[in-house]
Design a protein around this ligand. Sequence first.
Ligand SMILES: [Zn+2]
Length: 248
Amino acid sequence: MSAGPVVQLPTAYGDFQAQAWTDETTGAEHLSISAELPAVLDLPAGEADGRVELAPLVRLHSECLTGDVFGSYRCDCGEQLAYALRRIHDCGGTLIYLRGHEGRGIGLANKLRAYALQEAGADTVEANEQLGLPVDSRDYAAAAGILAALGLHRIRLLSNNPLKQSQLAALGIEVAQMVPVQVPSRAQNVRYLRTKRDRMNHTLNLPSTSAIAVIPPSSTTSISTSTTSGTTPTSSSTPTSDGRGAQS
Ligand SMILES: [Zn+2]
């Protein structure tokens, strides 16, 4: 892993310091983006635990072109990225943007192939299986290498995915606390989020089945048009309560 120079990166979320990292084994170019710990830390209730308060906040964000750049509501990546950058700017910490993680590792073209299968009724796990591709082939060795190079051996991890905690532990990075990412579910992604919760053990509080039953079954074959189905008010509500209470 080779590191480039640290540069200033002023953004819509505030001012950060950015650094590019090149993984010589894969050729992937990753980015770390960091904010200083503010002089006065305003942690939400429950996070000011003395044991963990000094561990820096870290987000490992897997590249998602459709979500991060275009704001796609088929997944929650773009909103998770925005949430993480706001939190890291406010609390100090580092976001590592991991390239080569598109579609949980299957790549952009295959992710869109999986979307086509989802429009025919498969869930996000089944679609990958039907394509003969792994459900999740993401590797966090590069992330662990970057964290170690930055001196971040003990962190608070901004994530709903408990698998990341164990994978980082195996790579020598201690996750002192999992900090939930709280973004709203939407009509277009609530099925995807329920699959992540039920089949990939993500810690997510989502509307009950009855609350989303207003989505007609036929909408599973045309998810991209469901914004016009009139279901938005129920499914996009309660942005602050979604994901809250996740203790892991
Ligand atoms: Zn995404």
